[in-house]
Unconditional design. Structure first.
Length: 210
């Protein structure tokens, strides 16, 4: 499968916002893991382990979207299709919502939650989660982040999610404007000293139309 081909992929939606000179492609395999790690780690308040990346990418590869320069638009032909942006998401079911966030916050360390024999008694409520969004500095303020989030939200909605949540630093005004002003996320909770650097975070949620 050509990881740079979007034309025949039903998960890439032509009617959603796009950016001139930029293609959105799907994560395909482990060969793209280093690119995702490179992009996300450039602005992290705390490093993620390789396990955390693989937890997302192996279980929900269809919810990782990469932005790459379109053919012929990059000045450096060696890196003309190197990803310059990405969004990485997952879907939680019911009580897994809290457990999934604990994994991200604890950088990949998981703990058993006990007996789940009653897990099938009631229909599961699916909640999308945007875990990582990154764009290289030279490509920011061009709409790439907005396009990536649009596509991610659309996919999670198509997969049956009732809402989408995320956490972002209180000090990250750009992210707050993106999620609140452009997409309509609302603040659910202030998480004091949430990050390892003691930075505060807001938990945001977007409720989707049924």
């Amino acid at each position: 499968m050509d990881k740079n081909n979007t034309d025949s992929d039903p998960m890439i939606h032509d009617h959603l916002p796009s950016v001139k000179g930029i293609d959105l492609i799907n994560y395909v395999d482990e060969s793209q893991l280093e690119d995702v790690m490179r992009l996300v780690s450039q602005d992290l308040s705390e490093p993620y382990s390789t396990f955390t990346y693989r937890y997302f990418l192996h279980r929900w590869p269809q919810l990782c979207i990469l932005a790459v320069p379109a053919d012929g638009t990059a000045s450096n032909l060696t890196n003309c299709r190197r990803p310059i942006g990405c969004v990485v998401c997952k879907i939680d079911t019911g009580d897994d919502e809290a457990d999934g966030q604990e994994l991200v916050q604890n950088n990949g360390q998981t703990h058993s939650t006990g007996d789940d024999t009653n897990a099938t008694q009631e229909p599961k409520v699916l909640t999308g989660y945007i875990g990582m969004l990154a764009v290289e500095k030279d490509y920011r303020r061009s709409g790439i982040g907005t396009a990536l989030v649009h596509h991610a939200i659309h996919r999670m909605k198509q997969m049956g999610c009732h809402s989408i949540r995320l956490e972002t630093e209180v000090a990250n005004k750009g992210a707050m404007r993106l999620y609140e002003d452009r997409f309509g996320f609302i603040r659910e909770e202030l998480l004091v000293k949430y990050y390892l650097n003691w930075g505060d975070a807001y938990r945001l949620r977007l409720w989707l139309d049924s």
